[in-house]
Write a new protein. Structure first.
Length: 139
């Protein structure tokens, strides 16, 4: 695209009102060539989300992004969002360890999640993190 601002002397010669004027030339072919072939969207659930907080003690070398990815993997379709909100490295956390606290949002498109379903998903996530990273829940 070419964008330019017209000079005031050029505007004074014509029948264009005073002020700042710009012009541009768009290459529609170029714009259309980079648009996605199909528009992608996610359906929004009509049911309220459930927010769970997980505070995990892991080795200092374990990256929070890897843990967040593992939470998504273990929770499957029910996990809609994972957000790290705290990293803690002081007593009572042992030396060489850190505590990572995540807010995990769960939801379903089919029905509201029951307490039992939320507990089952949470247990599945906790077990997976324990096996993958040796993670324990922070008390």
């Amino acid at each position: 695209a070419i964008v330019c601002e017209w000079h005031a002397r050029r505007l004074a010669r014509g029948a264009v009102p005073a002020g700042r004027w710009c012009a541009w030339d768009l290459d529609w072919g170029a714009l259309l060539s980079v648009r996605p072939a199909r528009v992608r969207y996610k359906t929004i659930s009509p049911y309220p989300p459930v927010r769970q907080e997980l505070a995990l003690v892991v080795g200092e070398e374990i990256e929070a992004a890897r843990v967040a990815q593992a939470i998504r993997k273990a929770g499957g379709e029910a996990v809609k969002d994972v957000a790290l909100f705290d990293i803690y490295r002081d007593k009572p956390i042992p030396e060489g360890k850190k505590s990572l606290a995540f807010a995990v949002t769960l939801n379903s498109l089919e029905k509201p999640l029951s307490e039992d379903e939320v507990a089952r998903i949470r247990k599945k996530i906790e077990g997976f993190l324990s096996r993958e990273f040796g993670a324990t829940l922070r008390s």
